[in-house]
Design a protein around this ligand. Sequence first.
Ligand SMILES: *Cc1c(COP(=O)(O)O)cnc(C)c1O
Length: 392
Amino acid sequence: MSLTLYLNRRDWFRHMEEMEELYPGCVPVIKGNGYGFGNEVLADAAQKSGKREIAVGTVEEARQLEVSHRFDQMIVLTPVMSELMEVDLVSGRVYTVGSRDQLQFLVTAIDGLLPSGGRGAEEPFRLNLLIKCQSPMKRYGFSLEDAGLLPEWIRTAETDRVKIEIKGLSIHFPKERMTFQEKEKCIGDWLETMKQVGLPLERIYVSHLSSEQYRRLVEQWPEVGFAMRLGTDLWLADKSFITTKSTVLDVQSIRRGERFGYKQQRARRNGHLVYLAGGTANGVGLEAPVTSRGWKDRLKLTAFWLMGLFNFHLSPFTYRGKRLWFAEPPHMQTSVLFFPAGSSLPEVGEELPVQLRMTTAYFDRRVDTGEVEERMNAEENEEKGNPVHLAL
Ligand SMILES: *Cc1c(COP(=O)(O)O)cnc(C)c1O
């Protein structure tokens, strides 16, 4: 009786393996609502496919995952600008900094956590950092002009107790309106500048590149280790292995003029109220997840907006291929739909398809479908030192 994510695990893992072939050594991005799966599920999947390095969104997410999962490196993508805790003095963390303020804040926060023993009492703490480069995204990131000052900023930020280790560069490209030539130039400029200012340049983390483009970069700079961050493309690119459904919890008949629901509105027509699992807490919203791609979509959206003014809201639930209307705005964990008299009704316990934006969805449960495959050649791969790919 719930909002359920049906996942064909076998196909999901197969897709992950395909992505590994396209982007060897790619870094899974695990953040937010875990792309609808939950961060723990994704961390399990990363671990099972042999990943030793992942990227998380925030320091809070890193803390949570570190309780249950162990990776060699856990990259925190969002710069830290709030207090840290003792659990943050863990060795595998890699922080991203994109400005002098962020750099200084982080070092000070870490330094404040370290015991203030006598001189030389302890080894200094090694703070792993990624230098975030500004891209046309205009999100946080050092500019190329900043780069020349970086060695000096790093030197002044360091303390007796905190030593900085630069683990590489990080660039986040927009998905649209940036040509590959521009991306190439951006990377080239940064690599050149890093060389000039004498900062280590072993690794560069990139995103939003086609596999072809990625391969070209790798070939062009063989001395640099490229790593592709993959989120949506890894977990959700191919939605064929995902089905989302909601259970019918109750069906009530209602007469025109009768009051119902939280708002005690009057029913406009005779019909039925159908109660479905899933509400605002699950990411079920009033608006259907539509991206407008042209005039037709925009007209549609305008029509829905106008309907909304009169309390008609299209829901993300469908029955027999038809989108259904909310009877009133979704509740915390239940949605109420209106079925006009004469229309065919689902039965209590039946499941209806629901279309949710996976990056805002929280499911009550996850059911794994698809056959379970045995560990394939796992031992053989282990002997060769290759990452173990499991199809579970
Ligand atoms: C979230 C994120 C990604 C992954 O983005 P998707 O669009 O989900 O693939 C990659 N890099 C950075 C820096 C991110 O914050």
